[in-house]
Each structure stands twice: as structure tokens, then as C-alpha cells.
Design a protein around this ligand. Structure first.
Ligand SMILES: O=C(O)CCC(=O)C(=O)O
Length: 359
């Protein structure tokens, strides 16, 4: 009300929300500049496991509250002493492995029968990345526009899926036909998630085992099993059944949430970071619990199992500016002309692949 002291809204009150607001990207216009710049943010309380790993390698010492888990993995796994079930494996993937998973995330993971956020509007989209590389446009084929006029071939057998087709960007639409279209490059920028293995139904918030799906690639299963081993109950092997791939662009965030749709929380979620650096918040069982913040870099893997499965977590920020993204070593791997689209994408994006055992 006018003249009264501003009251925080309900959503601003929790400790988790406060931390999200602290790290979120805000842009302000600097004096003498017309361009908006990211506002300064205090990062002094953000844990940096890259430095933890370096000092561990040099001096075998960890900062207070962090310890190294002794397990069979060929690299250090760190945990917070007061946050059981949460494990951090800094630099778990080599640059070549990161490169491989970026390629897979952009080419094969969004392929039908896997679903993406685009399914709801366009139906299944085949070969999106290929269409980006060939500068194609997705066109809604109206009843009067014949496929042959657009020079396209249907990629799906069913009628619904035939409504949207990729064609050359300069295709001429016959007079009188209204025609919606969207550039493949825009669709790629708007890609938010794809689901592998058992398909997650976001509206019902459960796994729809009746939906057709592609098998999770063996190499990804192998990697997830190897990484998960440190957080598995003794004598059991992790069984990857589903994965969600999240795609983040500049300004995107993932609000605080729980991953509670899997039956058995003793099994970890294996979460792989690729591309631009991000801030991850790990809270407690209530949004009122103050979360701990940490950087996630390309190649880092975190595991959330047991009690950590009951904890709110989220990504309030990704860093897409050259100075802070720390993505150059990965981007420079995409050096050939054919790889230009991968390079352009990953320079300002982050991909997260999280693999789950559902049953
Ligand atoms: O992007 C991340 O690192 C976290 C992803 C996540 O929390 C989720 O998909 O549930």
C-alpha cells in the first residue's frame, strides 16, 4: 500500500528463495553505457570444488566441513560432513568426454522417441541439430500447401506429426496460404529438456512407462554406474532407467525443487554438468533451511542419494559471459568448420544430464 513499509511477498520469505535471489542474474545499465551488464554478485560464500581438488592434490588437506570419501573411484569424491548423501566429483570427465556428451545431448538425445519440451507444440522433431547446421526452418504445413511444393519429406508416419516439417529457409509459400514457421536455430535455443529411457511426464510428475522410448546409450549407463558406485548401498549396482537432459541458456535458472518421483531414494541421481559454469544450491528438507551454494563446472559430476534426495536444490544462475563461463577449453575442442554450431551453442549454454534408477 502507498506509504506503508514494503512487506516481503510469501515467495521471498524462505531461506532458499533468498539465496536464489542473491545469485540470480540481474542486469543493470552501467553509467555512461547503453548496454545492460550483469550486476555484481557476492560469490565469497560459494564453495569451489576446483580449488578443493587442487589443495587436496597438493597438500592432502580439505577445507573445514569437507571430507574426501574413500571409495574405489580413480579420482577424489568429496562430501559435506553435515549433508549426508551428497557427493561432488570435480573434473570427473575429460575434455574429450565432455565434448562427446555435448554432441550426444544436441544430436541423439532429442531424437524421437525421446521427448522434448517441443513435443507439445510441434510433435516429434527429427534431426533438429542437423536442421540448424543446414539453416533450415520448421514450417507448419497448411492444408493447401503440398509437401512437394515445400520440397520436404514427412519424417513421421502419423498424420499429427506431419503438420510441421523442416524445409529450406528461402522456401516460397503459395499465395493465400498462411504459414507458421520457426528457424531451427531458434528451436535449438528454446530446447529446455529431453528425456531418455523411461519417459518422465512433467504434467503428471511421474514416469509414463507406456510411452515408447529409446534405450539409454550403453556408454552413458556405463559412466553412470561407475560414478554412482561411491554412493550405492553396499553390494548393489546402480541400474540407469531414465535420464533428464536440461538445457540452459543465458538468464535461465532451475527453481528449488525435490526429485521425489523415484521409488527408492537410497539410489543416487547421477548429475553431469557440461558447458558454462553454474551455481548449484543444496538446501535442506524444508525451503526454510539455508542452502549451501557451490560452483558446477563442465565435467563435474554430483551424486544425490539417501538423505540428500529429500533436500531442495536448484540452479539460480549460469554464467554465460566469457570471463566467468570457464567454457573455453571445451568450446575450443569444436574446432572444425562442421563443429561450428556446437561451439556457438556451448559458448553460452549449459547442459545437465541427470540419470536415475526409477524402481
Ligand atoms: O542442472 C543441474 O545441475 C541440476 C538439475 C536438477 O536438479 C534436476 O534436473 O532435477
Amino acid at each position: 500500500m502507498y506509504g506503508s513499509t514494503p512487506q516481503p511477498s510469501d515467495s521471498d520469505r524462505t531461506a532458499f528463495r533468498k539465496a536464489e535471489k542473491k545469485y540470480k542474474l540481474y542486469k543493470t545499465t552501467a553509467p555512461k553505457s547503453r548496454r545492460k551488464q550483469p550486476s555484481e554478485v557476492d560469490l565469497t560464500e560459494v564453495y569451489d570444488f576446483k580449488s578443493v581438488l587442487e589443495s587436496f592434490k597438493q597438500e592432502r588437506k580439505n577445507p573445514p566441513g569437507i571430507s574426501e570419501l574413500r571409495c574405489g573411484l580413480d579420482r577424489p569424491v568429496f562430501c559435506f560432513e553435515d549433508r549426508p548423501g551428497f557427493y561432488f566429483i570435480p573434473g570427473a570427465l575429460s575434455i574429450e568426454e565432455q565434448c562427446h556428451w555435448v554432441r550426444e545431448s544436441l544430436t541423439s538425445f532429442p531424437q524421437p522417441s525421446n521427448r522434448t519440451n517441443h513435443n507439445a507444440i510441434y510433435g516429434p522433431i527429427h534431426d533438429l541439430f542437423d536442421a540448424v547446421q543446414n539453416k533450415k526452418v520448421l514450417v507448419e504445413v497448411g492444408s493447401r500447401i503440398a509437401d512437394t511444393e515445400l520440397g520436404v519429406h514427412s519424417s513421421e508416419g502419423n498424420l499429427d506429426a506431419c503438420r510441421w516439417k523442416f524445409c529450406e529457409e528461402n522456401v516460397s509459400i503459395p499465395k493465400g496460404d498462411s504459414c507458421n514457421s520457426i528457424a531451427a536455430s531458434v528451436l535449438l535455443r528454446k530446447l529446455r529438456w529431453s528425456t531418455l529411457g523411461l519417459q518422465f511426464d512433467w504434467s503428471k510428475r511421474n514416469y509414463d512407462v507406456s510411452l515408447p522410448h529409446n534405450k539409454i546409450p550403453d556408454t552413458l549407463c556405463h559412466l553412470a554406474k561407475k560414478m554412482a558406485a561411491s554412493a550405492m548401498p553396499a553390494g548393489e549396482e546402480f541400474q540407469p532407467e531414465a535420464a533428464i537432459v536440461n538445457y540452459f541458456g543465458s538468464g535461465d535458472m532451475l527453481g528449488g525443487h525435490l526429485d521425489d518421483m523415484e521409488a527408492d531414494w537410497s539410489k543416487p541421481i547421477v548429475s553431469i554438468s557440461l558447458g558454462c559454469k553454474a551455481i548449484f544450491l543444496l538446501g535442506g528438507k524444508s525451503r526454510e533451511d539455508t542452502p549451501v551454494a557451490m560452483f558446477l563446472r563442465s565435467g563435474d559430476i554430483v551424486l544425490m542419494a539417501g538423505q540428500a534426495r529429500e533436500c531442495f536444490h536448484g540452479i539460480p544462475r549460469i554464467f554465460t559471459d566469457e570471463e566467468n563461463a570457464e567454457v573455453s577449453p571445451l568450446a575450443s575442442q569444436f574446432s572444425s568448420h562442421e563443429d561450428l554450431c556446437f561451439k556457438e551453442y556451448i559458448r553460452t549454454s549449459r547442459i545437465n544430464i541427470n540419470i536415475r534408477q526409477v524402481h
